[in-house]
Ligand binder design. Structure first.
Ligand code: ADP
Ligand code: ADP
Ligand code: MG
Length: 452
């Protein structure tokens, strides 16, 4: 087992990883930017190293600085968290070359699955259903020909996209030329790679994903699914496990397909296979995230398995001692992402100082955060400041528990999205359980009309 791990991230996920290390008796090294001198992860780690100025490109994305910090502190492994360098094959490669264990799959697997177009090809070959669509598009003319075959509406997606960015919906042929040019241009400037492909727009759609975990000895287990259809701008804000909309039969098929996907690339570590599901419950591979996911917490609640600890164990060469038949899904868990944004003003990001903070508690209420009272939220990073996770025996109990916890939570000094989360929990489609990715938009539309 590792003696010391460097955490190449910030915020709640850095704190989450530090906690797992502490419980395992592993020493921790935090890295921080100038803006994060007073951040929670900087305080909690055994050692902390400043790696540069506030902007991520100068600090949390500065591979050389992070590797140097690991070498100088004698850390044997780096945990990348999510976002930032977590799905960067060049960083994983650099770790491999420097003899530092990257806590995640090999750079080869990351490269293969991180390119969304490449991943579609690999999955198709493995017999995993993919959304009808194209490979990389060469030019406007090819785009028109492909669009005719696929039909409208369709999506143009950046092969390097992520975090809900790099997806553009196209309604008709009239929009296509312009959309293709803008999408490729944006992809190039945001992701440094202009490659785009097309997918049929599934409507209405549900986002359901399966957690997988593999070791170095060819073992792969699936840990149930997560329903992630509550989204704004293609990004999740609330997740639950299990999905209330599928039966045992579909659950089994989803898990088998996810396992097949994992086996096809000999997956090692923690990973997520994201599926899109249509109205008839047909599902298709959308992408794979080769890292720890924001919403891993709901899976931890219903399975009772600490995913971060397993990630670390697997990376250090341990064999999975969890058998598939021993993984049981108990009750229902929901996670609400607490974002510093104004949901009733186009989700505009907010900053400020937290003047008063009260975190809800009680049985099976978990709040993962890195903020504290008096903390000033820097404007440079993600708007998610915490995740509230509750676990109950059934969905009704879990929804009631979440509402109680959200009502108890006090965050003053900065606008957060708590009110919207409460409205979601009361919304008819959510309560009934079989909702699509359109739900949040519908809720906001109805809300606006009712207030007129
Ligand atoms: P999850 O799939 O775990 O729910 P999200 O899509 O919400 O994760 O992304 C988690 C974090 O990682 C967010 O901060 C998001 O902005 C960031 N992120 C994910 N993928 C990318 C990417 N390819 N480029 C930039 N940021 C990304
Ligand atoms: P990212 O890498 O940004 O997470 P994804 O490919 O996972 O991108 O897609 C993000 C979200 O966009 C999905 O959760 C879903 O809501 C929506 N989406 C993606 N592909 C489709 C599709 N073919 N049809 C309908 N919605 C889609
Ligand atoms: Mg995704």
């Amino acid at each position: 087992m590792f003696q010391k791990i460097l955490i190449a991230n910030r915020g709640e996920i850095a704190v989450r990883i530090i906690r797992a290390c502490k419980e395992m008796g592993i020493k921790t090294v935090a890295v921080y930017s100038d803006a994060d001198k007073n951040a929670m992860h900087t305080y909690l780690a055994d050692e902390s190293v400043c790696i540069g100025p506030a902007p991520v490109k100068n600090s949390y994305l500065n591979m050389q600085a992070i590797i140097s910090a690991a070498v100088n502190t004698g850390a044997e492994a780096i945990h990348p968290g999510y976002g930032l360098l977590s799905e960067n094959p060049a960083f994983a490669k650099l770790c491999e070359e420097c003899n530092i264990s990257f806590i995640g799959p090999s750079s080869k697997i990351i490269r293969k699955m991180g390119d969304k177009n490449e991943a579609r090809k690999t999955m198709k070959e493995a017999g995993v259903p993919i959304v009808e669509g194209s490979s990389l598009i060469k030019d406007g003319m090819e785009a028109r020909k492909l669009a005719e075959e696929i039909g409208f509406p369709l999506l143009i997606k950046a092969k390097a996209g992520g975090g809900g960015r790099g997806i553009r919906k196209v309604e008709s042929m009239d929009e296509l030329d312009n959309a293709f040019a803008t999408a490729s241009g944006e992809a190039l400037s945001v992701f440094g790679d202009g490659g785009v492909y097309m997918e049929k727009f599934i409507s209405p759609a549900k986002h359901i994903e399966v957690q997988i975990l593999g070791d170095n000895y060819g073992n792969i287990v699936t840990l149930g699914e997560r329903e992630c259809s509550v989204q704004r701008n293609n990004q999740k804000i609330l997740e639950e496990s299990p999905s209330p909309a599928i039966d045992e039969n579909i659950r089994k098929k989803l898990e088998e397909t996810a396992k097949k996907a994992g086996k096809a690339v000999k997956y090692v570590g923690l990973g997520t296979i994201e599926f899109i599901m249509d109205r008839d419950k047909n599902f298709y591979f959308m992408e794979m995230n080769t890292r720890l996911q924001v919403e891993h917490t709901v899976t931890e609640a219903v399975t009772g398995i600490d995913l971060v600890k397993w990630q670390i164990r697997v990376a250090s060469g341990c064999k999975l001692d969890i058998k598939q038949e021993d993984i049981k899904i108990n009750g229902v868990a929901i996670e609400c992402r607490i974002n510093t944004e104004d949901p009733f003003n186009n989700f505009l990001a907010q900053t400020g100082k937290i003047t008063l903070l009260h975190i809800p508690g009680g049985p099976k209420v978990r709040f993962d955060t890195a903020v504290y009272q008096g903390y000033e939220i820097p404007p440079f990073y993600d708007s998610m400041i915490g995740k509230l996770i509750v676990h109950g025996r059934n969905r009704e109990e879990t929804i009631r528990k979440m509402k109680a916890a959200l009502c108890e939570m006090v965050i003053e000094g900065v606008v957060v999205n708590t009110e919207l989360q409460l409205e979601v929990l009361d919304y008819k489609d959510f309560v009934q359980g079989d909702y699509s990715t359109f739900m949040l938009e519908n809720l906001l539309k109805e809300r606006k009309e009712n207030r007129k």
